[in-house]
Ligand binder design. Structure first.
Ligand code: BGC
Length: 769
């Protein structure tokens, strides 16, 4: 843990500058708008340790795979989110002395992220080696309305001197990824221009040939008065700069507003990229900083209106959930089906910025409930659009007949992962993609989706499972051998309960989808059958046979499902027996020791019980929860939220609260000492689930919304919004009552603690606890 931030309900605040925390803060104070993102790097020079990070959605580089021992079937490359041109940079020269914050004494440093408005502020006083002191105040945002634009307002005041100040805004495309496998730079220069205050740099990625044009312009003010400027310009490879020197007076503030845009060839044709960039830039200048900011704030106000969660009585929990919601909205806005949600979003390089099963298993619920139906549909469409690649991917491993294996990690549908125990074995990911379709349908009732896109995905996934199982003569059951379940602290196991369960569920659900489309849209069904060369009778009878005869490891005496065969052979020690000094175990134990130990990285059996909770009775859920929670070290960020939901389900509110804090403050308190690498964006959606589904007990059962609200002792009340089949519902719970209001949409039957009610826009439901 590393707790150095102040608690505030709407802000993240860092007071005092400690270079040791700088990389962590660069992650935590990141800003973005779904189309681009920016770590909280400083505008002025900082020669200390920093992870530079400006990212453009959808622009990636296929970095040649680096592995010790090549295995057939490994992908050739790993697609990486790219550190793109630095558009925020402003160099400052005081007389002949460079302002480099790493060489100054920094006083009164304050960094503040205003989550309500999406604005990053920073202020400080710096004493330069010469003894000259300057005060600076910086405001930055990445516009939520003008998705290609960002702006910086930089104010500097000499405190104890008068002298020349040279201010040099620049664009620097000579950047690299820290995680480059061969230390290569991924960008080449296409074109650049600088004239007066304006200029641009167009860069192209090697191999993928994406182009991004980054353009800038700026204005300068002294005591609030705009200055006529005659800048000097400079350029170098992938670099442009424009400089203005003014005679600064003691206590007189000079301010510059730097406007920047990033346009990518994903959205503009390459021929007109720079022209368009200069046009968008001119529009931004025409609007001006204040108007841009006003529109940006309004966009955030709207986002919060439908997605805020209010917790009274616990500022740390309140701050945490808002931080999670804020970062999710910054990462994905859902208007482009080509985009998805990387585990680190736009806040770091780790995980390549690609798509994992995290999207379907965790993020979908958040976006479906807070941003709506179409946004969720786009997330599903993303996988539909990659179906052909998933079929090819399965083909490379020897599967046939249109079987699909979705990649563990992807940017464009192709597999990027290259550790055999995950790439080839963590196949449960296919299940989450099918589950997301089911989850989407139960929320939205958009059954059309099945005929349009869903059925093809479900059939291809069922075909994969059919070929991946084998019949064990010894057990007289179907088995699935050589897999890695969600718990990556076990590899190459046989009959992972979760994988066997979800495999069968996928086949059952595919059969339901077949029945539905056949009945609702026979024409479309026969068209699809032809396209997929689907032998309905034969294929479904195989699926049915497997579902009826699957082997599931369990310990009947303990009343628990076993994570895999042989799990009880392990030494049954518990997490509470571990010396806290050796945690996280992945930083202290050898991999061999971890693999042989009983300790579980993340929800595995419990992930299955969470997905399919309606199929298990409460006693089974409780027994499994208690058994696995005692053995789980939660060293994946995706874990505590699922455990928190099941703790709440079994009425263990203290445990649910403890795990909620762990999931929601994971990054703010840096539980796993790794936030410097970037934020855990996808698990943030799990935090949201642990309030709505955990404490709020929200479920959809038989097409109806159910709530079973609990409230942690420490909280006075909490409230959240959800969308359900065209409605926006608002739920408030305190220690005395539960109130459900319908903000928009047609009246709705609901259940609270199993009792039926009807809520309407003019009729709240109020229930005493
Ligand atoms: C987890 C995976 C997850 C990945 C990306 C890993 O540590 O074990 O389940 O998909 O991180 O978040």
């Amino acid at each position: 843990m590393n707790q150095y931030l102040k608690t505030d309900e709407w802000k993240i605040i860092e007071v005092g500058f400690d270079p040791k925390n700088h990389r962590a803060s660069e992650s935590i104070f990141s800003i973005g708008n779904g189309n681009m993102g920016q770590r909280a790097n400083f505008e002025e020079k900082y020669s200390g340790s920093s992870l530079q990070g400006s990212y453009i959605a959808g622009v990636y580089y296929p970095d040649k795979t680096r592995v010790g021992w090549w295995k057939n079937g490994y992908p050739e490359y790993y697609a990486k989110v790219l550190n793109a041109a630095n558009w925020i940079g402003i160099n400052i020269l005081i007389d002949t002395e460079e302002l480099d914050l790493a060489n100054c004494k920094i006083k009164e440093f304050r960094r503040e992220l205003n989550m309500k408005e999406g604005i990053l502020h920073r202020s400080y006083t710096a004493v330069l080696p010469s003894g000259k002191e300057v005060e600076a105040e910086v405001t930055r945002f990445v516009s939520m309305t003008d998705k290609e634009a960002g702006a910086v307002q930089y104010k500097i005041t000499p405190v104890n001197f008068s002298g020349s100040i040279t201010i040099s805004p620049y664009i620097d495309g000579d950047v690299k990824n820290e995680d480059a496998n061969y230390n290569e730079k991924f960008w080449i220069e296409v074109k650049k221009s600088i004239s007066g205050t304006k200029g641009f740099v167009t860069l192209e990625t090697r191999k993928t040939h994406f182009q991004v044009c980054t353009a800038m312009d700026y204005k300068m003010y002294v005591d609030g008065k705009e200055q006529q400027l005659s800048p000097e310009t400079k350029s170098a490879e992938k670099y442009i700069e424009s400089s203005v020197t003014i005679q600064g007076k003691e206590k007189q503030t000079v301010s510059i507003i730097k406007y920047a845009v990033n346009l990518s060839s994903e959205n503009h044709s390459k021929e007109v990229l720079d022209k368009n960039a200069m046009m968008v830039l001119a529009t931004m200048l025409g609007k001006g900083f204040d108007k841009m900011l006003e529109e940006h704030k309004l966009a955030w106000e709207k986002k919060w209106e439908d997605s805020d969660i209010v917790i009274e009585g616990d500022p740390a929990a309140q701050q945490a959930i808002r931080f999670n919601i804020f970062q999710l909205h910054q990462t994905y806005t859902g208007d482009d089906p080509r985009l998805n949600i990387g585990p680190k979003g736009f806040t770091g390089e780790k995980y390549g910025g690609s798509t994992y099963w995290d999207t379907e298993a965790y993020c979908l619920s958040f976006f479906m409930n807070t941003a709506g139906h179409l946004v969720a549909r786009n997330l599903l469409k993303y996988r539909y659009n990659h179906l052909q690649k998933a079929i090819e991917n399965a083909g490379k491993l020897g599967f046939t007949n249109g079987a699909a294996l979705y990649p563990m990690v992807t940017m464009n549908g192709e597999e990027c992962h290259n550790e055999w125990e995950i790439t080839f074995e963590e196949i449960h990911r296919n299940g989450a993609i099918a589950f997301a379709i089911f989850n989407y349908l139960r929320h939205t009732s958009d059954k059309e989706y099945l005929s349009e896109f869903g059925l093809e995905v479900l059939v291809a996934i069922a075909r994969f499972w059919k070929q991946r199982v084998n019949f064990s003569q010894e057990k007289k059951k179907f088995v699935i051998l050589g897999v890695t379940g969600p718990n990556e602290y076990e590899n190459n196991v046989n009959n992972n309960w979760y994988t066997n369960y979800i495999a069968c569920w996928c086949m059952e659900y595919a059969m339901e989808a077949v029945e539905y489309v056949k009945a609702a849209n026979p024409g479309r069904f026969s068209e699809l059958s032809q396209k997929m060369q689907f032998d309905e009778k034969l294929e479904t009878s195989d699926w049915r046979n497997i579902v009826a005869n699957m082997y599931y490891p369990e310990d009947k005496k303990l009343g628990v499902f076993l994570q895999q065969e042989g799990f009880m052979d392990k030494e049954q020690i518990l997490v509470r027996d571990l010396d806290p000094k050796i945690r996280p175990i992945n930083q202290h134990w050898s991999w061999d020791r971890i693999l042989r130990s009983v300790f579980i990285k993340q929800a595995d059996v419990l992930q299955g019980i969470y997905f399919f909770e309606h199929k298990f009775d409460l006693e089974t859920i409780r027994k499994n929860f208690e058994f696995y929670e005692a053995r789980t070290v939660h060293e994946s960020s995706l874990s505590p939220c699922v455990h928190s939901i099941l703790a709440a389900k079994t009425g263990n509110i203290e445990k649910a609260y403890e795990l909620y804090l762990r999931t929601s403050r994971l990054d703010l308190d840096d539980y796993n000492r790794e936030v410097a690498e970037g934020l855990h964006i996808t698990s943030m959606a799990g935090t949201w689930m642990s309030i709505v589904e955990g404490f709020g007990g929200m479920r959809i059962i038989d097409d109806k919304l159910n709530f079973n609200p609990l409230i942690p002792d420490k909280w006075k009340s909490y409230s959240f919004h959800i969308r359900f089949r065209g409605r926006l519902v608002y739920v408030t719970t305190n220690h005395k009552e539960i109130k459900i209001s319908l903000i928009r949409g047609e009246k709705l039957p609901i259940l609270i603690h199993g009792k039926a009610f009807e809520v309407d826009t003019n009729k709240d439901v109020l229930l005493k606890r």
